[in-house]
Design a protein around this ligand. Structure first.
Ligand SMILES: [Zn+2]
Length: 116
């Protein structure tokens, strides 16, 4: 491979990273799809809340405090590149998720329950 084509490949990779990178904002259609996926897997596997360990009633919907939400195992604040990484998602109660906020302690080292 010539140096020139190797450079071209690096350029392409960098451009791809710029397109997907920095998309740390959680919301819109992507977040809805993420929640649907987490809820589907959570319901199928009867997965408990990743924060408090209690069961989740997957029939509940936002804005119910016990509804299923997407918890980022590694927080977006410190791991923005993992925002849309499915292995970084896990089900959690809405109020647990809110209470935890962007604090790091809970959940670090955990692996998403359906991909482990
Ligand atoms: Zn909980």
């Amino acid at each position: 491979m010539s140096a020139r084509s190797r450079d071209a490949q690096i350029c392409t990779a960098t451009r791809a990273a710029q397109v997907t990178g920095g998309a740390a904002e959680w919301g819109g259609k992507r977040a809805q799809d993420a929640l649907a996926l987490v809820r589907r897997h959570g319901q199928a596997g009867d997965l408990p809340c990743v924060i408090c360990g209690m069961p989740i009633d997957y029939s509940l919907r936002h804005p119910h405090k016990q509804a299923c939400t997407v918890q980022h195992i590694k927080p977006r604040a410190t791991h923005p590149h993992l925002t849309w990484e499915q292995s970084n998602w896990a089900p959690a109660h809405a109020d647990c998720n809110t209470a935890q906020g962007s604090r790091i302690a809970v959940g670090l080292g955990l692996v998403s329950p359906w991909l482990s």
